[in-house]
Design a protein around this ligand. Structure first.
Ligand SMILES: NC(=O)c1ccc[n+]([C@@H]2O[C@H](COP(=O)([O-])OP(=O)(O)OC[C@H]3O[C@@H](n4cnc5c(N)ncnc54)[C@H](O)[C@@H]3O)[C@@H](O)[C@H]2O)c1
Length: 369
């Protein structure tokens, strides 16, 4: 039998760059955007909270558009919501020249980008992040995702937006809890890549934080990393510091109906993973103590622990499904020192659980006092 092999060459991504605009003049930039994109139809995706607080500020500035609203919160990052978005697009006969604009936090950016990338194999989309977390982290880097049965980001693809617009004016309605949640990702940027940045922001009194500086510095750190390794084959893995434990904690909280924000779960994850870093990567114990103390000072909410065997079983189920694992090996991105992160560090469950549990119990006790 004659066999023929045809080799097809595709560039990995047809579009390989996009711009991030930092602007505070929506009356001008929105006009610029729609002159430039000239869509056949415009779809604005948002959540009900942002629809009430932020959307009215730009509604009149947008050309004719359709509005799709999801309930706020992480539970909306689901397959059912994708179906809801797709049904709306189908009802409105959105064609391939349509444009979607995501107005919201990381939840809206993640699911909206995913839906737009799948709709008719991909339409153009613009991210207008409105939470601190989305402005300094989630809106850049081209990761799109939805959760599956509370397991974080199980369905997703790498896909670049056409544009990201960071407008700090939108943060005026964001409450302190959301600011702190977003701030956790900024702390992570410092811990993995810039010890000076970590030192500055982790010692600045809360009321004196300079958000413009923080958004800009964090964006630079993240884009510099992603530009080198878009598809997370090497250095991009460092951005996952705190996320193996953090995602498991976030998933378990979602499952138990405990109200936790992404950044709050990551804050817990960073403390545990710093402790793991001491043994596995030589992070000085004094640095671990400093990290744990400074992060704990922000008093992030802690999921109430339940019976140990129950928590262990659940936690393990989420951890072993983590995307970073290979086979049965549980892989972490950890710190060798403050400002330096190493990746693909394998740690056994027998080490992970006792450390996680003891930090969890201690954090829970402290949260009650
Ligand atoms: N794609 C990525 O690279 C990436 C990176 C980090 C996090 N994420 C994802 O981002 C999500 C977390 O993002 P988030 O913290 O923004 O969550 P979110 O989108 O759920 O927003 C948090 C809350 O803030 C509200 N909100 C948003 N903007 C507001 C505003 N201007 N005024 C008042 N309220 C406002 C929302 O309605 C919501 O209640 C998670 O799903 C996480 O997995 C993705």
């Amino acid at each position: 039998m004659v066999q023929k092999i045809i080799t097809a060459h595709h560039p990995r991504l047809i579009k390989d760059q996009y711009e991030i605009w930092y602007r505070e003049d929506p009356e001008n930039y929105l006009l610029d955007i729609f002159r430039q994109y000239n869509p056949s139809s415009l779809w604005v995706l948002t959540d009900d909270k942002v629809a009430a607080l932020v959307y009215p500020k730009i509604k009149e500035l947008l050309p004719i558009h359709e509005l799709i609203i999801l309930p706020e919160g992480e539970s909306s990052k689901s397959l059912q919501s994708v179906e809801y978005i797709a049904s709306a697009l189908a009802t409105g006969a959105a064609d391939r020249n349509a444009v979607m604009l995501m107005l919201g936090g990381g939840m809206i950016c993640d699911i909206g980008a995913y839906a737009a990338s799948c709709w008719k194999r991909g339409i153009r989309y613009i991210l207008v992040p409105t939470s601190l977390l989305a402005q300094l982290d989630a809106s850049v880097g081209g990761k799109t995702a939805i959760n599956l049965s509370n397991q974080k980001n199980m369905l997703g693809l790498f896909s670049l937006p056409d544009l990201v617009v960071i407008d700090p004016l939108f943060l005026s309605t964001l409450d302190e809890r959301e600011f702190k949640s977003g701030f956790a990702e900024a702390l992570k940027h410092g811990l993995i890549a810039d010890d000076t940045y970590w030192e500055i922001i982790s010692t600045t009194p809360w009321k004196e934080m300079e958000w413009e500086y923080i958004i800009y510095r964090s964006l630079l750190i993240k884009t510099e990393i992603v530009n080198k390794d878009m598809e997370e084959r090497w250095i991009r893995k460092t951005l996952n510091f705190g996320h193996t434990i953090g995602h498991a904690m976030e998933s378990l909280s979602l499952e138990r109906g405990f109200d936790i924000r992404h950044g709050e779960a990551i804050a817990f994850g960073m403390i545990v993973e710093s402790a793991l870093s001491v043994e596995a990567c030589g992070l000085p114990i004094e640095d671990f103590k400093t990290i744990a103390r400074r992060i704990s000072d922000y008093k992030f909410p802690i999921l109430p622990p339940e019976e140990e065997s129950k928590d262990r079983e659940k936690f393990f189920a989420f951890i072993k499904n983590d995307k970073k694992n290979e086979g049965n090996a549980i892989k972490f991105s950890l710190l060798s020192k403050i400002g330096k992160c190493v990746y693909d560090i394998e740690i056994g469950w027998d080490r992970i659980w006792p450390i996680t549990r003891s930090i969890w119990i201690q954090a829970w006790e402290e949260s009650k006092s």
